[in-house]
Design a protein around this ligand. Structure first.
Ligand code: ZN
Length: 178
């Protein structure tokens, strides 16, 4: 994981707030975990309609919990030519703030392999955290800060029922962290 470089002055305060927001409230019931299990079995059976439906269920439940507007959702067979995610090297999904649309694709860009379940759910949580940045936290942009990755990890481990691992950050040049 590599963070974005801090932006110029105008957006710096929001960037720092995002960076320092290291935790995320999580639902106390197991509803997301239950939905994630249905995503897993839909993927294992290769039922794309069910994958789509269960992912939409996941996002609806999460939006309800965080009291944000529901986001749109598409599953694509392969990565589209134009994507919004400008920063990451491995591309599995994107989020468009203007339309509040999350798109996730089933096949990797390079080897055309089917995205694994873990990567798929991790992408879903990652893109949903971009939605939260705009709709819950009210940031002007959704930067990949240390806080962003930690919030996305908190949601991901909650959704999978796995223990949250502590992330360690190493400062790099240009104000970025790895
Ligand atoms: Zn992202």
């Amino acid at each position: 994981m590599l963070t974005d470089a801090p932006p110029r002055k105008a957006n710096r305060a929001g960037f720092l707030e995002s960076d320092q927001t290291r935790t995320l409230d999580l639902p106390q019931d197991g509803s997301l975990l239950t939905i994630t299990k249905s995503i897993e079995s839909a993927m294992r059976r290769g039922r794309s309609t069910n994958v789509r439906r269960t992912c939409a269920e996941f996002l609806d439940a999460a939006s309800q919990f965080y009291k944000v507007p529901a986001c749109g959702f598409r599953v694509l067979a392969a990565r589209p030519l134009r994507v919004r995610e400008r920063w990451t090297t491995e591309l599995f999904g994107d989020y468009t703030p203007e339309t509040m649309l999350i798109r996730v694709w089933m096949r990797t860009a390079v080897r055309k392999e089917v995205t694994s379940f873990g990567t798929f759910v991790s992408t879903l949580c990652h893109e949903f955290c971009h939605h939260l940045d705009f709709q819950k936290f009210g940031f002007r942009d959704s930067w990949h800060t240390r806080g962003f990755y930690e919030r996305a990890a908190a949601l991901f481990h909650h959704a999978r029922g796995t223990p949250l691992k502590k992330l360690f950050w190493i400062p790099m040049t240009g104000g970025r962290d790895r």
